[in-house]
Design a protein around this ligand. Structure first.
Ligand code: GLN
Length: 451
């Protein structure tokens, strides 16, 4: 049924870069056969899923939305891919994304934009726009995203779906193409809080192949999602995430959610996190710095594309020609920014200062969580904007992640879930819930209560 739905609508939505029709049917039949033989089935047996094209899949193309990996077929599965297979999930295909997960609209994909199923002339968010659009268009009931600065939560917000960035280190990064390693985190996308929890449990857990993987039990997210409750909880409203630049309808729905939480028995507290105002600036030094180092591996020798290798050119020239042709403008901008910020003489002023701001943001969270159990804010200042509107204005694009970035810098957990439609444009608004590191279950407890 989901393959038929993809066939019917994906020409318009363009959520998928690659649909693995045969593989999906074979996986589904294998689950059926297991069932018939009376074998034990995985926890998500037979449930179809759309996988962001940033996780390696053995024998299936993985492009990261870039031309530089066009034609590359990974020889191995990411740990997350392996876990999905072990849970007996049916992987439908790979979803569209901003190139190397750099963007907030999926317009930076080298393979063309994805439409928001609510209004195909608008962006589905990014970088994981393909995964969230697939959910919103009923092409898949579950999807996987990655969140370096908001790429799970912002697409969830603008498509009226649920997305969770788990605590940093909760989901293995092995086989997840690196953008900014100290920020990158894979996580679940779904249409309900409980579905997200079931997927969360299937993909989280310690992995010795990822040195930053958390070696501790996965918080009881499914139990929390089945028992939504905020009675007696203290919920902090982040003061800095309101005011100028926030769409009226977004604030209206957000304020209504605050009232719902109050009616359900939560105590609402206003919390100030003064360093959050610096988060965007720090992020756009740290993420490009790490990306400039991570993307050095795309040298035309190891993977995918190779341009100009005619036997007369040096390796350096082939590398340069391949990068010129294979990387899009946003990726080049970030590599240049990052290389500059890390260069000798500027390192302390830029990268060093950004790391200090990162510490201040972490301390703001620590202080906040001494007073409250969770923090809340709008996920993103506006609803889905029209395709093309911010494409030539990187600064305007970067603002889409104003509310999501502090969580990545501090490494704690956050969820976006739908909280209604903005009256002025009829488009979905996202409510963000933020929890301390390792307390991912709180997101699901609160989310399930207000859903
Ligand atoms: N939009 C942010 C960026 O462009 C975040 C991306 C992400 O979370 N992968 O870097």
């Amino acid at each position: 049924a989901h393959l038929a739905r993809i066939e019917a609508v994906d020409e318009k939505v363009h959520a998928f870069l690659h649909v693995d029709r045969e593989g999906a049917l074979a996986q589904a039949r294998a689950v059926d056969a297991k069932r018939e033989r009376g074998e034990k089935l995985g926890p998500l047996a037979g449930v179809p899923l759309a996988l962001k094209d940033i996780f390696t899949t053995e024998g299936i193309p993985t492009t990261v939305g870039s031309k530089i990996l066009e034609g590359w077929i990974p020889p191995y599965d990411a740990t997350l891919t392996k876990k999905l297979k072990a849970a007996d999930v049916v992987i439908l295909g790979k979803t569209n994304m901003d190139e190397f997960a750099m963007g907030s609209s999926t317009e930076n994909s080298a393979y063309g934009p994805t439409g928001n199923p609510w209004d195909l002339t608008r962006i589905p968010g990014g970088s994981g726009g393909g995964s969230s659009a697939a959910l919103a268009a009923y092409e898949a009931p579950l999807a996987i995203g990655t969140d370096t600065g908001g790429s799970i939560r912002q697409p969830a917000a603008v498509t009226g779906t649920v997305g969770v960035k788990p605590t940093y280190g909760a989901v293995s990064r092995y086989g997840m193409v690196a953008f900014s390693s100290s920020l990158d985190q894979g996580g679940p996308c779904a249409r309900t809080v409980l579905d997200a929890a079931l997927l969360h449990e299937a993909i989280a857990g310690h992995d010795e192949l990822d040195s930053t993987s958390i070696d501790a039990p996965v918080p009881p997210v499914v139990e929390a999602a089945r028992n939504g409750d905020v009675k007696g909880m203290r919920v902090g409203v982040v003061k800095e995430f309101s005011g100028e630049g926030y769409q009226a309808g977004v604030m209206q729905r957000f304020n209504e959610s605050v009232e719902v939480l109050r009616e359900l028995g939560a105590e609402i507290v206003e919390i100030s996190c003064p360093s959050f105002d610096l988060a965007l600036s720090a992020y756009y030094l740290i993420a490009p710095s790490e990306c400039s180092s991570n993307l050095a591996r795309f040298d035309a020798m190891r993977y995918g594309l190779r341009v100009g290798d005619d036997g007369t050119r040096s390796a350096e020239d082939v590398t340069a020609l391949t990068r010129e042709a294979g990387f899009g403008p946003e990726v080049k901008r970030r590599v240049m920014l990052g290389t500059y910020a890390l260069s000798s003489g500027y390192y302390d002023a830029y990268y060093g200062s950004a790391q200090k701001v990162r510490t201040l943001i972490t301390q703001d969270f620590e202080k906040a969580f001494e007073q409250v159990d969770v923090l809340i804010s709008p996920t993103t200042p506006t609803t889905a904007f029209p395709i093309g509107e911010r494409a030539d204005d990187p600064m305007a694009m970067y603002l889409a992640d104003l509310c999501t970035i502090p969580t990545n810098l501090a490494g704690n957990a956050a969820m976006s879930l739908p909280c209604g439609l903005a009256p002025e444009d009829g488009l979905p608004v996202g409510l963000q819930i933020i929890a301390p590191a390792m307390a991912d279950d709180r997101l699901y407890k609160v989310g399930a209560a207000v859903e």
